[in-house]
Design a protein around this ligand. Structure first.
Ligand SMILES: [Zn+2]
Length: 246
């Protein structure tokens, strides 16, 4: 029997449709929540016997993640309680273990969902990728907000942000830090249906983003659209100091 996936089951970040109730809202969300390794989680650079979360600090110099990002045309859409930048032609991709994952969506959460060394940041961008089988790979990139300077100003090189027409030309690499050191672990989507497994790459270089950029979307984005931390359980979290290719 064909399963009906209702994309319109309403959910939010507080009250009766908040994160602790997502799995009760419909069968599809319930199925996603049954995946045992949920996201986001707390990340740590060092293993400390006294902390709850353990991190396998395998300090490998390379991870099999390679970037093939290009300048492309994005449109702006509001759904799932945040704002999304969706590429028209999906030209940008990454290779992970020789498998191609195409960039399909960029969106953000405030404050950050992942917490590194007990520190929650003001903003976390998610760059969502998908392979031919429909499996996801997500990059998590944390930011602080700054009043002066910072990333993605309208007049910044390589970025044309047309707020009136909800269309932009940019290379998604503008969201990536120069230093590609990151945590890698397997988890879930952080929004319903919270399904897994998802390959997660969370970068630990935190840069300032100009408050004016985020301010443009304030009316469309729910405040505090971050899912609370989920139990790490027996997961292995690996720390990598670099990537294969840019
Ligand atoms: Zn997200």
């Amino acid at each position: 029997m064909k399963k009906i996936k209702n994309m319109d089951v309403e959910w939010g970040y507080s009250g009766e449709r908040g994160p602790e109730h997502w799995h009760e809202l419909c069968d599809w969300y319930k199925e996603g929540a049954s995946y045992p390794y949920q996201s986001p989680i707390a990340l740590h650079h060092q293993t400390d016997g006294s902390t709850v979360t353990k991190t396998a600090s395998t300090n490998l110099s390379l991870n099999e993640l390679a970037f093939y990002y290009v300048q492309e045309h994005f449109t702006e859409k509001e759904f799932k309680n945040t704002l999304h930048f969706v590429p028209y032609d999906t030209k940008s991709y990454v290779l992970f273990h020789e498998e191609k994952y195409v960039l399909t969506d960029i969106h953000f959460h405030m404050p950050s969902e992942h917490i590194i060394d007990e520190q929650q940041e003001e903003l976390e961008f998610h760059l969502v990728h998908m392979n031919e089988q429909g499996e996801n790979l997500v990059l998590g990139i944390l930011f602080t907000l700054s009043d002066e300077g910072g990333l993605i100003l309208q007049d910044q090189e390589e970025v044309v942000w047309d707020y009136d027409n909800h269309a932009e030309w940019f290379n998604p690499k503008i969201f990536l830090p120069q230093n590609k050191s990151h945590f890698y672990y397997v988890g879930s989507l952080t929004t319903p249906p919270t399904k897994g497994p998802i390959n997660w790459f969370v970068f630990d270089t935190i840069r300032p983003m100009n408050r004016r950029f985020i301010h443009q979307f304030r009316e469309e984005v729910a405040e505090n659209n971050n899912r609370p931390l989920q139990p790490t359980k027996d997961r292995t979290i690996t720390y990598f100091t670099g990537v294969k290719k840019e």
